[in-house]
Design a protein around this ligand. Sequence first.
Ligand code: ATP
Ligand code: MG
Length: 386
Amino acid sequence: MTQTLSPANPFLFGKPVGGVNFCNRSTELATLRELYMSANSAWLYSPRRYGKTSLIKESFAQLDAPNIHTAYVDFLPISAGQDVAEVYMRGISPLVNTLFGNLTQALKELKQLATSFVPALTVDEDGKPVLTMTGHARVGDASPVLEDVLQLPEKLAQKRKQRVVVAIDEFQEVASIRGLEARLRSVMQHQQHVSYIMAGSRASLLKTIFTSPERPFYQFAHHIPIDKIDIQELVRYICGRFEYTHVDIADEHARQIVLLADCHPHFVQYFASIAWQIAKNGALDEELIPLLTEQVVTSMDPGFRMFYDDLAMSQRRILAHIAVNGGEEMLSERVRAGSRLGSAATVQTALAALEKKESLVRQNNEWKYINPAFALWVRHQIVYAM
Ligand SMILES: Nc1ncnc2c1ncn2[C@@H]1O[C@H](COP(=O)(O)OP(=O)(O)OP(=O)(O)O)[C@@H](O)[C@H]1O
Ligand SMILES: [Mg+2]
């Protein structure tokens, strides 16, 4: 007897997504493609979990230019003490495959191009090449190894008469090592065959790196803003994923999920994943959103409660007000009196504290929750308390 496997939950979160799990971003993908084709560099910023890594990887996957090769370097490990040159070398490893196809030939050429160390090739558990370094003196601050590694993509591309795009994710980590920004910039600025896409989620730090006249990366690259995803696209995406797995959902419920998640890509996937399981378990239509809310609130309760209990009363009132009424005109007499928020100075201080704690963010004169699940939780506490 053959058994049909039950379809897996079609919503993914907790790691970058691509292909059928990637929703829209057609404008950003087109901008990036244009950038790669014109050999320009860019930096992009968004708050956590908006989908920077997914976007970069998807833009690489969709790039249909045989002469342009891509590599992805994640700088996060350098803040944990990993050597920058080794991290970079590992990240550019896929170029060995795409530029050569023949690993023996690749290694031979790499050995001619690197002067301060001997490149070596191993393979990872998936059989993909991993570049490492041998025979070099201890990698220290003044060592030429880093410059040598940074030059490899340029030298390789030049030799093969191709072009390369290197993505450096979590780029803000350059600031954690003294002198690194200047060293990177001095190598990168002279390269003719490599363009860079630098991404990160620490807004103020990235902005300082790329827009302060005294910093090495000042005016080095275009800025591409990354926002949330369009509501219609997300609704269509949710409906499509439900349909693909033969589980029913009403358009209106998909819309409510997106609204609850405030169009935040990670939370849309997270909420939709819970809703999919509830629907698949046979819940009635009208039970879907209440059950979803209950599940999110219950699973997040311990963490949120601990955080909330530590807040000053003025901050809790502000959170409650915004969870129910939204965050416009917070300093107006009408809002302050209506929700007993206190004086304008009290509200201002509390808002600043909540911004610092990364609970709220100010967007176009409106205060918003950064985490839509927290908004849901606060709203639930208010309803429950009544
Ligand atoms: N285009 C998209 N379509 C659907 N879901 C997406 C999309 N982009 C991101 N997501 C969702 O958001 C989650 C976070 O995406 P990703 O890791 O790419 O974000 P990030 O901005 O790089 O996060 P971080 O700030 O932690 O580095 C993914 O796991 C996925 O659930
Ligand atoms: Mg990321």
